[in-house]
Design a protein around this ligand. Structure first.
Ligand SMILES: [Zn+2]
Length: 273
């Protein structure tokens, strides 16, 4: 398998970092996890795209993780030459999100159907709302979901992808919790969203300080990796974005709590699994 961080940013717009999104390339094709700002621009850089995704998996419905859902939904439709429904997995509420996305796009859908004679079908998604257990099983690829803890955003899920003896976990946004521990057991790679507690407390802005109680700090994520025997930890969704020259601080905070390999994400970072 191969993991590519399509977007390593957060809700805060950043010229260098797209919104949260991770591409996992497996033996049955590309699996997309979340679809934040700029996801299809970054996917294009690694020769992937809306038509190539075998499925989209949403960790939760916070806006920064779904910003470009409408783009994935539309491009899947207009760039396919036969009906090509988008399989979407996500927590409870995902079905309503897709219905609302389709409703939002209704004028565009009408324009394109009227304009392209060979486009005879509407865009559509096949939605599966998930909680825990194996939710996807194709060829040698199996995806397992587990509940995470990002309250008051609820429900939220993390995913583990197993393919031919290798494993990747997408934590999404969460504080340390038993659900995440279960899917992290002995994983090769853990992709974990993190915030810098020390910097956010220094900044002291209440709107920013609020995020501390429902995200993992860098040491939190490192301890989750260590506790579960993970081999490589990828830190992503970096809040606040690292000032150039301070990258080592992030790595050091993780290394103080984790004996495995730590990687600080940038957009298009790729790790072989
Ligand atoms: Zn979130």
């Amino acid at each position: 398998m191969q993991v590519t961080i399509l977007g390593s940013g957060s809700p805060i717009p950043d010229p260098e970092r797209a919104g949260p999104s991770t591409l996992v390339r497996t033996s049955i094709g590309d699996l997309l996890f979340d679809c934040g700002r700029g996801v299809l621009m970054r996917a294009a850089a690694v020769a992937s795209g809306a038509g190539a995704f075998q499925a989209l998996f949403l960790t939760h419905l916070h806006s920064d993780h779904i910003t470009d859902l409408n783009d994935v939904f539309t491009m899947r439709w207009v760039m396919s030459f036969s009906p090509n429904p988008l399989p979407v997995f996500g927590p409870s509420g995902t079905g309503g999100l897709l219905q609302a996305t389709e409703a939002m796009l209704e004028p565009d859908i009408g324009y394109r159907l009227a304009h392209h004679d060979d486009l005879e079908w509407r865009p559509f998604a096949v939605v599966t709302e998930v909680g825990s257990g194996v939710i996807f099983d194709q060829g040698t690829v199996r995806v397992t979901a587990a509940p995470t803890d990002h309250a008051p955003a609820h429900p939220t899920v993390g995913y583990r992808i197993d393919d031919d003896g290798r494993s990747v976990v997408i934590a999404g946004d969460t504080v340390p919790c038993s659900g995440l521990d279960q899917i992290c057991a002995d994983a090769d790679v853990l992709v974990h969203t993190v915030v810098r507690r020390d910097l956010i407390e220094q900044i002291g802005l209440p709107r920013l300080t609020d995020v501390l109680d429902y995200h993992s700090s860098v040491p939190d994520a490192a301890r989750t990796a260590e506790r579960n025997g993970v081999r490589t930890l990828i830190l992503t969704h970096l809040v606040p974005p690292p000032v150039p020259g301070t990258e080592q601080e992030w790595l050091d905070q993780a290394a103080a709590n984790f004996n495995g390999h730590v990687v600080l994400a940038s957009d298009l970072l790729t790790v072989e699994v």
